[in-house]
Design a protein around this ligand. Structure first.
Ligand SMILES: C[S@@+](CC[C@H](N)C(=O)[O-])C[C@H]1O[C@@H](n2cnc3c(N)ncnc32)[C@H](O)[C@@H]1O
Length: 479
């Protein structure tokens, strides 16, 4: 195969703009050689005969997520190790977590941390080990540790949890002794109880898909995004920072690498200085309006029988009436509601959920359901909030109600799959993911799923397919 390496400037310039827009990565002219090298490596995987045709094709074709993944996997830098840049972790340990440990949110303890650009998992697993030490009894807490990346190869390696010497290059020895087992091949396997604490998933930070209840990127207490934005164009980094701000709960923290701190990039945040580090905090004064997120689409068999579901749907509630001022409502308001009000109730529930005010969100949501109980989207929203509160059984019931009302509700199948996955019930998870894919067949590829903030059915097929692929191999092989 003839892969030419000296691409014309015009093509490299077009490619550089394309990569900036679709992946966020910054390749100024001085780095065009790196860009070209990555492109050349990606060319065969992208099924193109040579690098030049590959660029022309990239610039003109309708690309899928897997095309972007392939390109990204050859352009991104996978440098990471356990307990890297200890300062940020120390502040998490000595200041942030203790503060959160003493704060009660809606009578329930929550801790939500996101490692964005998690690479092969060393960063989120370091956080999981730190929390394990700090909160030995985690039963009273609902802890979410989300780790996302654009590179599926990195994510697969992260999920395996097996590392070589190089990943421990600046890691205290006791960490390895306490949390890893040496394998016969000389590599180190992370303890299953730490591995289980982290949820890995694909997320392209250059896409406007967060915050969202769907991908669990809302109401975060802490976001780690270290050694990622330094590779982004300034504009893309600014957009990412703005979205992070929306993904954080009030008083939440953004932790970047010390060389990435910048007043220009993070104007929405309040910089907080610690000895040797500056962290960014979302403070009340800057709180923006939140976008509401929810899904409502047309599939298959819920877990409950119709009789059980009918029981769950009783007792009969008040009937809808003409619209009135939603703005004057409060949770628990018993006045009748019209269509506009019902939408407003639901919107309020989502806004509170996005901000982490879960008790209030539940109250609004229950009111929305009372006013509109045959609407599956309301039960779906309630399930998302219940899951946040750690009420897995209640969430499963709400999802089953949603599916009883609309058996083709793709998002409800998907959420039920994720819920079972988090409980280690892999076969059930597989069934629900498969149902979601079946339900998606009813939607044209380009159809934007209602209330999805622009997510197309085709895109969602990719998300569900990758969730199925992430199931343990024993399940996938049917053993
Ligand atoms: C140098 S690593 C940093 C890993 C870790 N945060 C740390 O500090 O050790 C950069 C990571 O950012 C990821 N990345 C680059 N562009 C991304 C994008 N658009 N969306 C999500 N992740 C991205 C890369 O795949 C890579 O895993």
């Amino acid at each position: 195969m003839d892969i030419r390496c000296a691409l014309p400037d015009a093509l490299l310039s077009g490619l550089s703009d394309f990569v900036a827009a679709r992946i966020g990565l910054h390749f100024p002219q001085e780095r065009w050689r790196d860009l070209e090298r990555g492109l050349v490596a990606a060319t065969p995987e992208l099924g193109q005969p040579d690098a030049e045709s590959c660029v022309r094709w990239l610039l003109s074709a309708a690309l899928t997520r897997s095309h972007i993944e392939i390109l990204a996997s050859h352009l991104t830098i996978g440098e990471t190790y356990f307990f890297r840049e200890k300062k940020g972790l120390e502040i998490l340990e000595t200041r942030i977590v203790p503060e959160l440990l003493h704060s009660w949110r809606d009578g329930k303890r929550h801790l939500r941390i996101w490692s964005a650009g998690c690479c092969t998992g060393e960063e989120p697993y370091s956080i999981a080990m730190l929390l394990d030490r700090l909160i030995p009894d985690q039963t009273a807490w609902t802890i979410t540790l989300l780790a996302t990346d654009i590179n599926p190869r990195f994510l697969r390696k992260a999920a395996e949890g097996v590392y070589g010497e190089w990943s421990f290059r600046e890691t205290p020895e006791w960490i390895r002794t306490r949390y890893f087992k040496r394998r016969k091949d000389g590599r180190f396997e992370l303890s299953a109880h730490i591995r289980r604490k982290v949820t890995f998933s694909y997320l392209n930070l250059a896409d406007d898909v967060y915050p969202s209840l769907l991908n669990n990127t809302h109401a975060m207490d802490v976001i780690f995004c270290r050694n990622v934005l330094m590779y982004f164009t300034a504009q893309r980094a600014k957009n990412v920072a703005r979205n992070f701000h929306r993904s954080l709960a009030e008083d939440g923290w953004l932790i970047v690498n010390p060389t990435e701190t910048s007043a220009a990039l993070f104007p929405l945040f309040t910089p907080v200085e610690f000895p040797g580090a500056v962290l960014y905090r979302k403070t009340k004064d800057n709180a923006p309006a939140y976008a509401a997120i929810g899904y409502q689409t047309p599939a298959l068999q819920p877990d409950l029988s119709p009789a059980e579901t009918v029981q769950l749907l009783a007792p009969a509630e008040r009937q809808p009436e003409p619209p009135e001022q939603a703005a004057t409502m409060a949770p628990g308001d018993t006045r009748p509601h019209g269509q506009d009000d019902r939408e407003a109730l639901s919107l309020r529930a989502r806004t509170c959920a996005n901000q982490g005010r879960l008790g209030e969100a539940i109250a609004w949501c229950e009111q929305a359901i009372a006013a509109d109980k045959m609407n599956p989207a309301r039960h779906y929203l309630l399930a998302a909030i219940q899951q946040e509160q750690g009420q897995a059984d209640a969430a499963a019931q709400s999802l089953n109600r949603a599916l009883y009302l609309d058996s083709g509700f793709v998002l409800a199948h998907f959420a039920l799959g994720n819920l079972r996955l988090s409980q280690g019930r892999h076969r059930e998870a597989e069934r629900h993911f498969t149902n979601a894919l079946a339900a998606l067949r009813a939607h044209p590829h380009d159809e934007i799923l209602p209330e999805s903030e622009g997510l197309t059915a085709g895109r969602f097929v990719e998300i569900v397919t990758s969730a199925l692929a992430s199931l343990p191999r024993a399940v996938a092989a049917g053993t």
